[in-house]
Ligand binder design. Structure first.
Ligand SMILES: [Zn+2]
Ligand SMILES: [Zn+2]
Length: 87
């Protein structure tokens, strides 16, 4: 099954900056946890692969806020892959 690479730089970074900020994503890779601006040792969310955290602590701290969006992003990725012409 083909899964689109949401986590690559080609994903969000080609969207306009205003769109990115509107949905809470910034073009530069930065920790997604609130109040954290770390750009080092970032690891992708294992659910949606669309956001990054500098540490597991940040990932856990942000999970309550990210949970709904994470599911939405996963659903969008699933819809995109199931909508392929090869079905
Ligand atoms: Zn962080
Ligand atoms: Zn996620």
């Amino acid at each position: 099954m083909y899964v689109p690479e949401l986590s690559s730089a080609a994903g969000y970074s080609d969207l306009p900056t205003e769109v990115l900020s509107a949905v809470g994503h910034t073009p530069a890779p930065v920790c997604a946890a609130e109040g954290c601006t770390s750009t080092e040792n970032l690891r992708k969310c294992s659910g949606c692969h669309a956001v990054r955290y500098c540490s597991e602590a940040c990932s856990r701290a942000h999970w309550r806020a990210h949970k709904a969006e994470c599911r939405r992003l996963q659903a969008a990725a699933a819809a995109a892959s199931s909508g392929s012409p090869e079905s």
